[in-house]
Design a protein around this ligand. Structure first.
Ligand code: F3S
Length: 106
């Protein structure tokens, strides 16, 4: 599977969503996740993300490993998103900010 990591939080650009051939994205208030049971590892979304938030599971940086579990958990609670929408209002200000897990709204 592929995994959405911290840099998506408070940005949620959603460019990734439009290109997904299996509609495996699930959207929360200020983050989105990939449903690990639906993702076919096509990797098309990776290059679309302005925040470089998406990684193949085996390539997730060591400080982002917790997001593998976070994607698997939150996908059960959040609705499907299949079309790109406007980014969050301050997305560009948050794009390069680190340690954003504290801001994740579930
Ligand atoms: Fe998030 Fe990047 Fe998609 S910021 S919504 S993973 S395009």
């Amino acid at each position: 599977t592929h995994v959405v990591t911290e840099s998506c939080i408070r940005c949620r650009y959603t460019d990734c969503v439009d290109v997904c051939p299996v509609d495996c994205f699930r959207a929360g208030p200020n983050f989105l996740v990939i449903d690990p049971d639906e993702c076919i590892d096509c990797a098309v979304c990776v290059a679309e993300c302005p925040a470089n938030a998406i990684f193949a599971e085996e390539d997730v940086p060591s400080d982002q490993i917790k997001f593998i579990k976070i994607n698997a958990e939150l996908t059960r609670n959040w609705p499907s998103i299949t079309k790109t929408v406007a980014p969050l209002p301050d997305a560009d200000d948050w794009k390069d900010v680190k340690d954003k897990l504290q801001y994740l709204e579930r």
